[in-house]
Design a protein around this ligand. Sequence first.
Ligand code: FAD
Length: 642
Amino acid sequence: MLNSRDRELGMHCKITRRDFLNGVAVTAGAAMMPWQLFADDDPATPEKSAGYYPPALTGMRGSHPGSFDAAHSLRDGTFWDSAGKPEDTGESYDLIIVGGGISGLAVAHFYRKTAGEKSRILILENHDDFGGHAKRNEFKVGARTLIGYGGSYSIESPEPYSATARAVIEDLGVSVASFPKYLERDVYASGGRVPKIFFDKETFGADKLVDDPCPFPGGETFDLAVAGPRAWEHFLAEAPMAEAARKDVARLCREKKDYLPGLSPEKKKDRLARISYAAFLKDLAGVHPDVIRLYQNVSFSEFGVGIEAVAALDASESGYPGFSGMGIDASSLENERKYFFHFPDGNATIARLLVRKLIPEAIPGNSVTDVVTAKVNYARLDEEQSPVRIRLNSTAVRVKHLGDAAGAKEVEVSYARGDKVYVTRAKNVILACWHVVIPYICEELPDQQKEALSSAQKVPLLYTNVVLRDATSLQKLGANSIYAPNGYHTHVDADLPVSIGEYRCPRSPEEPVVLHMSKAPCRAGRPAREQHRMGRMELFSTTFETIEHKVREQLARTLGPGGFDPARDILAITANRWPHGYAYEYSSLWDDFVLKGGPTPCEIARKAYGRIAIANSDAGAYAYTDEAINQAWRAVEEIRKA
Ligand SMILES: Cc1cc2nc3c(=O)[nH]c(=O)nc-3n(C[C@H](O)[C@H](O)[C@H](O)COP(=O)(O)OP(=O)(O)OC[C@H]3O[C@@H](n4cnc5c(N)ncnc54)[C@H](O)[C@@H]3O)c2cc1C
């Protein structure tokens, strides 16, 4: 039943597909699978249907309903109870890759380079689209197509890209240095749109949008995240915080102060590695409690937890304020900005470029600019005559050597697709999927390795794309990105204005736009891994309707003073839910071995076993595209040398 507030928010309005693709609770049984929407021809091969085009689906995406059921039932030990006898495909490959994310696609790319282009490769992917976290969202508004990123946002990394990863990017035709050519800087600058903070009345006593004088890095705005010319004046006068807190923010961001005088840089780093950024602010910088309230969740987009769980040393390396006078000079920001490229669909373009190299028939065109608007022909991804095949909607459920791992000549892979289980074989298998899944599908691995694989906790994230009829409210409020310390989504960003190939970003405030909103579900105050585990459960059990309600409420409060009406202005919502998001990165606060030394779990986890090798960004415990590629290369080398 809708109440009057729901109606004001527009919960009764029809937005694209909402009614089809609702979320499902963790325990819910049958839900409509996205691919069933397309199954107008043969339900066994939805990808062959003319209308099969997952990027255009809205509603609950990311790990969409239907993508995880088989894996969860394996985890719960119930899968084989109801699975029928596997049907033999009779196929045989040189290599089967489990996981069609950037790591899996890069594995295929490298393997063809070393073993030849005629090598027969099968990629199994449990989602209805390829790319893994590199996910494209498309929206139609009238005749216009808007593109958004549903996951991985850009080519960037705190560490320099390795020669291997750079070579792949160049091989795909991406000239990272050319990015400024596609960035339309004037779109926001000419309209006076700058980063803002939304103070909420529950935390700060008043709903208020104030200039952000010191935007934290880690948002989605590259070097456009520059404070407005009068930001300090506005913030110091208007921010609904104690006066001492406002002054503390200014001290933190503007003064070069050493908060650990008398210690050598090495000793300072050691100390900062052992305390959280929250403790640094409170105990060393001595800020007012309102400053902690303001910044508690600022780290969500980068770390997936609040500042009480982020090591101060990591915060300093990420360029957070407070360290400029400490003589430790650790920030990697410069490096990130030097090697940066954002496509309108984020790194989904990298996945699409890889697929075009592997299966040219599936994606028309031949340049890095024409791929941006190219339409993938999903029917061509899995064809018998093609040396490389990508089989979507297919979850690997069992991977085992045929015989003893040391002497076997083949590996057998069973996978669930629709309501059937199939079995197929290859000379080698590379598992480029999430490490937590591997112990359930590859039972023959040594126990110690399975334990290490299971420890690869993923960081849950929610990336919600909201299509607005226009950006006039943002224009009126002078905002291009908004940090909402206690919002359901903590970051609200208008995408970087990038025009590339035939794609034109929205330029005038009267045009429709995609607003990107992100959230990191977690539980402040607990150990990081526990926070991620609890956040994952929350995300799995949150319905699309709840997310939609939160979006409408948040935008009404934030943009309402600019004339925004959620019932009128929201045209579509895509919630990209990633309960298994970023690879877990080791932290000096939570992982003993970081300070003590010794082998890390990912080194144990990624060991090859017989004819099976292991890739994915989890294999490097590093949540970046370059690592997904580096680990793909290592895994291919391991089977080549075996
Ligand atoms: C929201 C978000 C934003 C990000 N932003 C950035 C960014 O801006 N820049 C950056 O460099 N990195 C970013 N990352 C990190 C990103 O994870 C990596 O860059 C990279 O895309 C990971 O690729 P991967 O192939 O290792 O893993 P994934 O992309 O996770 O791919 C693995 C695939 O294996 C599939 N799979 C799992 N189990 C099975 C099974 N049993 N059978 C079949 N398939 C299976 C999964 O569903 C998945 O599709 C982001 C990640 C997230 C979640």
